[in-house]
Design a protein around this ligand. Structure first.
Ligand SMILES: [Zn+2]
Length: 176
């Protein structure tokens, strides 16, 4: 608690977070109209849906912009760094190209956390070599990509969860 209060950088090393874009109400939009918009785009449209003309469902990022009293990109000198993680079952699901609730994902998740290491250790601490020797190489690659921040997330909006793309290039190539 002291470390958090005093922002003592020798003790308060970082926070561990998910990607806020994954949330169901990050961007603005209309789910039924298939419309997803950034706060800037919403402003240009006067808050109205370009498909049905009704008021858009406003997301969290829009509220952040409204409350902001400093320009985008401003970094406080006492800023504590953060690490963004994607839950292991979502990485497995993306690697296999199936949903997180599928049996295949659940079984592999259980196997990894019971045989290899606890989830946070897998996501953050295990070396690349350790990961590749103990886990399916596509999943291991996904974990390394998340660590390097090489992920794309289509932000969630109007009750729709954000969609993660870890293996974007491979997927695009497989279409041709
Ligand atoms: Zn609409």
């Amino acid at each position: 608690m002291e470390a958090i209060k005093n922002r003592d950088r020798s003790k308060f090393l970082a926070t561990i977070e998910f990607f806020p874009e994954e949330g169901k109400y990050h961007f603005d939009g209309h789910r039924n109209c298939g419309v997803s918009l950034s706060p800037e785009e919403t402003l240009k449209l006067g808050g109205k849906c370009p498909v049905c003309s009704k008021p858009l469902t406003i997301g969290v990022l829009n509220r952040v912009h409204k409350l902001a009293d400093r320009p985008n990109g401003y970094v406080d000198e006492k800023k504590v760094p953060y690490k963004s993680l994607i839950p292991l079952d979502e990485i497995i699901a993306e690697a296999y190209g199936v949903g997180t609730s599928s049996k295949k994902v659940k079984e592999e998740y259980e196997r990894i956390v019971s045989v290899v290491a606890p989830e946070l250790e897998i996501l953050m601490d295990k070396s690349e070599a350790e990961l590749f020797s103990a886990i399916d190489s596509k999943i291991a690659e996904g974990i390394m990509k998340v660590r390097r921040g090489e992920v794309e997330i289509a932000p969630g909006y109007d009750g729709e969860y954000g969609k993660i793309k870890i293996f974007k290039e491979e997927r695009v190539n497989s279409l041709f």
